[in-house]
Structure formats: C-alpha cells, structure tokens
Design a protein around this ligand. Structure first.
Ligand SMILES: [Zn+2]
Length: 326
C-alpha cells in the first residue's frame, strides 16, 4: 500500500474519484480541479480470477479510499483502464485481465454511484493527458505521451486537444511498423514497435543472445537486465540499444506525421535511464530529417506512479480538452 498524502491542498470546487486499472494493480485516489491527488491507494489486481473478483476488489478499494477521505462530494469519476475497449461506452476487454471480456465498466460505475458522471479511457491515453495536464508536457499544444513497459502504448495531444480517432484508439504508437521483417506482434501484425521494444521482448532477445543474470537467481526481467547493463554486460547494453533504437525510429515517424513539440516517455524500461534514453535520442536524430521533425523534444515522464490517477481525473479537465465522448 502506498503512502497517503495529506488532504490539505484540495480545491473543493471539483473533486474527481480517479481510478487506474491495470493487469498487475489498480489504484484509486481523489483528485481536485488543479490536478492535486490525495488519498491514493493501490491493491493487486486479481487479474487471473473470475471477473467478479476484479469488480469486488475494485469496490473494496473504492470504499476504503472514500472512507479515508471522509466521504467527500464527488463531481465525477474518471477511469483509465487497460485496453482494448469500446469507447466511449467503456466496455472493456483488457488483454491482461482474463475475467473481463466485454465488461461494462462505465455503466457498472454509473450504477454504483447513482448517476455521477463517469468518463473512461485507455490507460496509455490517461498517462499522456496526465503528462500534458500536469507533467513533463505541460504547456505544449502538440505532444505524444508513451509508455514502454510490458506493452508499448501512447496518446496524442494535437492542437491542444486529445486526439481520439474513430473509436478512441488514436495514439497506438506501439503498433506502428518499425521492421517489416521483424517479430510477430501480439496484435496480429508483424514488426510492430511493441513486438521489438516491450520489456519482455527486450529481455527475451538478451536471453537468446546468451545473457544470464550476473547474480544467480535474479529474475529474468527488465530491472535485472538494467543492473547488468550498468555493470558493463555487452549483451544487456545491446538489448537496451536495440529497444531504444526502435523507439527512436517510431518517434521520428510520429513527429513527421504530426509536427509534435514534445514526446514524453514513461514506463518500467525508462526507469533504466540513459540505457534507453540515449539510443532513443540517437536513433531519433538519425532518422529525423526535416527541421520541424528534429525540433521535437524527448523527455522522461514526470508523474510516474501518479500518472494513472491524475490522467483519469484529467478526463474532466477544464474545457473538455481531453474528453470528446458522450
Ligand atoms: Zn502490433
């Protein structure tokens, strides 16, 4: 359970109950109209159990956070959830939550909270709008937020507004093609950025090349790989270079397509710092041709663990700039 923050800063004009649901954990907090998050708490997601177990665990967490916050008057409920989903209806089928297939999460929350408005979007979208609202991309009109983790996801702010696309799926940078001859992707495609650069693919590539953890018994994961890369393991360093290069190439394409000011990169692999960021920037510079493409800044995410709940609340930000749904 996370440390709770004091409830001293909240502006009381607008209080959003913010929910962030992933396959590993779920988080709930209270966020005010200025983006201040308090009473944030987390619980593991029983993602491999029946759908009822997920819904019950979410409700226990909601009860506990609301009680802890003194049952404030909530003006809206914002939700970021792992995809895919039918948007804006909020009917979710998260890849990593096997009990939820066509689960009507938005309607279930509207029923539980008796008509308080509920807005729901993809978790990567929520990370992107959180960083644009209150994080590393604040003040920019044209921004890409992306997550490099178990998957590779993203969201786009163009001309100051979230870009949804036809069904809320714009910004899926993980599934732009980087290498037509590359590995098969979970999406059914081939050579997608995610298939090359997601954490498990990066670790698997290193193992295939002969990497074994320097400390016997360490898990075969991104953190161990980063530790060994920092200790000078050439295969581990090359694994990060390979992933970062793919991300940098993808960013050059995104910048050319959308004339972006800034790309914010978050997620587990980015916590490895320069191991990933340096090859990302090198590949970007190599592949970005035109001046308007080269101008895009590439920076690490700032909000980290709070991005999910802040982004869920951002769906209610002033001017509806992050919400075009019904
Ligand atoms: Zn794909």
């Amino acid at each position: 359970m996370s440390a709770k923050r004091p409830n001293s800063k909240l502006a009381d004009d607008k209080l959003i109950l913010a929910i962030d649901i992933g396959g590993t954990k779920m988080a709930v907090g209270i966020v005010d109209g200025d983006g201040n998050a308090t009473h944030v708490d987390r619980t593991p997601s029983p993602a491999n159990q029946r759908g009822d177990a997920m819904w019950d665990a979410l409700n226990r967490l909601l009860d506990s956070v609301l009680k802890d916050a003194g049952n404030p008057a909530i003006t809206g409920i914002g939700v970021g959830c792992a995809g895919p989903m039918i948007w804006p209806e909020g009917i979710v089928s998260p890849t990593n939550i096997i009990g939820w297939r066509d689960f009507p999460l938005r309607r279930k929350l509207e029923e539980r909270f008796n008509g308080v408005p509920v807005r729901l979007h993809n978790d990567a979208i929520c990370m992107a709008i959180a960083e644009n609202w209150k994080g590393a991309a604040a003040g920019h009109q044209n921004a890409l937020g992306m997550v490099v983790s178990t998957g590779v996801g993203g969201g786009l702010i163009v001309d100051g507004r979230l870009l949804d696309g036809g069904f809320g799926n714009a910004g899926h940078i993980g599934h732009i093609v980087i290498d037509p001859a590359g590995p098969a992707c979970r999406c059914g495609g081939r050579g997608c950025l995610e298939a090359i650069a997601r954490g498990p693919a990066t670790v698997a590539w290193a193992v295939e090349e002969g990497w074994t953890p320097h400390t016997a018994g360490s898990p075969l994961d991104g953190k161990t790989l980063a530790d060994d890369a920092r200790a000078g393991d050439q295969i581990a360093i090359e694994a990060f270079r390979r992933a970062g290069t793919a991300v940098g190439i993808g960013l050059a394409s995104a910048a050319a397509l959308l004339d972006l000011d800034i790309a914010v990169i978050g997620g587990g692999l980015v916590q490895s710092g320069d191991l990933l960021m340096t090859p990302i920037k090198q590949a970007f510079q190599e592949h970005a041709g035109m001046t308007f493409v080269k101008r895009m800044k590439i920076v690490p995410a700032e909000l980290d663990q709070l991005a999910g709940v802040v982004g869920a609340a951002a769906l209610f930000a002033d001017g509806n700039r992050y919400w075009a749904g019904a």
